[in-house]
Design a protein around this ligand. Structure first.
Ligand code: F6P
Length: 345
């Protein structure tokens, strides 16, 4: 057997190491030599690699982050990037490459496969849980767990001070974390990008709640929510800055929402932005299990030479789908979840 490369790209998340471990162990059992590629596709362009044997992946299962490091390097947007990747695949004698990434990375992987015939398979990860063609992605469960715990903690202090607490969670284009952690944590208001709920309605709901004697409220807002008014006026997303490829870094909508709630209701309001806390730390058992199962399927795809496919989840089963099916559109929070959030609030 030849060599198999593995890399992690894009934002990190808990469970990546569990996937790497499963891929390495299973590939070694099938007599592959495994080459770890550092810092995502940048490492492949620069030939920055590390040999991965069983010893190299011992003890990493419960660790967050990625032992390989990550980057958002896009070879299609870097001068001479694609030839570097193609040449290094050959120079490293890689018979196959497992790319663990989110939508952006998987789109690059698919182009490398389709346009340059590179032998690539994908594994979906992102705490945002927004990749099409899979029911769930690595990292989501842990992020929901962290956010739920934070909401629980905010409840007790909100109650003591009769405050409105606005909690911002990640979720650029979809509100999966906000909806799941909001429901699990018993939030009173959940604001997601999918639902342009006017802030005046939110203020009314909070006023009504307080008038009934429950004089504190928890509002969970996804970072990608755009403040909307009854007039139909809608703000753009709150952007911190743009990265080297012009990709917006979001963050800060909670402050905007909180200021509006305080202005409309007069209630004392505070803001908590969970930020990268929700991407760090040890993965939940569910994420470890998911990452392991997806990693094993990825190696099966490699050994069958089933290139251009992605390991995925359908119901409780691990399946595989064309990489192209995961691209183009995002998996958004279904109406039923948004309705459920409204019913139990
Ligand atoms: O896509 C996952 C994600 O965690 C988003 O929810 C968030 O907007 C983004 O990554 C943050 O990226 P960075 O780590 O580059 O700030």
């Amino acid at each position: 057997m030849g060599a198999l490369g593995v890399l992690t790209a894009g934002g990190d998340c808990p469970g990546l190491n569990a996937a790497i471990r499963a891929i390495v162990r299973s590939a070694i059992a099938q007599r592959y030599e495994v080459v770890g590629i550092r810092r995502g596709l940048r490492g492949l362009a620069e030939g920055d690699t590390v040999p991965l044997d069983r010893r190299a992946v011992t003890g990493i299962l419960p660790r967050g982050g990625t032992i390989l490091g990550s980057s958002s390097y896009d070879c299609f947007r870097e001068e001479g990037g694609v030839p570097l990747i193609v040449d290094n695949m050959r120079a490293l004698e890689l018979e196959g490459l497992v790319v663990i990434g989110g939508e952006g990375t998987l789109a690059i992987a698919n182009r490398l496969h389709v346009e340059h015939a590179l032998p690539i398979v994908g594994v979906p990860k992102t705490i945002d849980n927004d990749i099409a063609a899979t029911d769930v992605t690595i990292g989501f469960d842990t992020a929901v767990h962290v956010c739920t715990e934070a909401i629980d903690r905010l409840h007790t202090t909100a109650e003591s001070h009769n405050r409105v607490m606005v909690v911002e969670v990640m979720g650029r284009s979809t509100g999966w974390i906000a909806a799941a952690a909001g429901i699990a944590g018993g939030a009173d208001v959940i604001l997601v990008p999918e639902e342009p709920r006017p802030v005046e309605d939110v203020a009314d709901q909070i006023r009504k709640r307080h008038a009934q004697g429950r004089d504190f409220s928890i509002v969970v807002v996804a970072e990608g929510y755009q403040l909307t008014r009854r007039s139909g006026e809608r703000d753009g997303p709150v952007v911190q800055e743009f990265d080297e490829y012009g990709y917006a870094r979001l963050g800060g909508v909670a402050r905007v929402v909180a200021d509006e709630i305080e202005r409309l209701t007069g209630f004392d309001t505070r803001v908590t932005v969970l930020g990268h806390v929700q991407r760090g730390g040890t993965p939940t058992a569910r994420d470890r299990l998911l990452a392991t199962r997806l990693g094993l399927r990825a190696v099966e795809l490699v050994s069958r030479g089933d290139w251009g496919r992605m390991a995925a989840v359908s119901g409780n089963e691990i399946v595989d789908v064309p990489l192209a099916d995961a691209l183009g559109s995002l998996r958004t929070v279904p109406r039923a979840w948004i309705d459920a959030a409204g019913v139990v609030a």
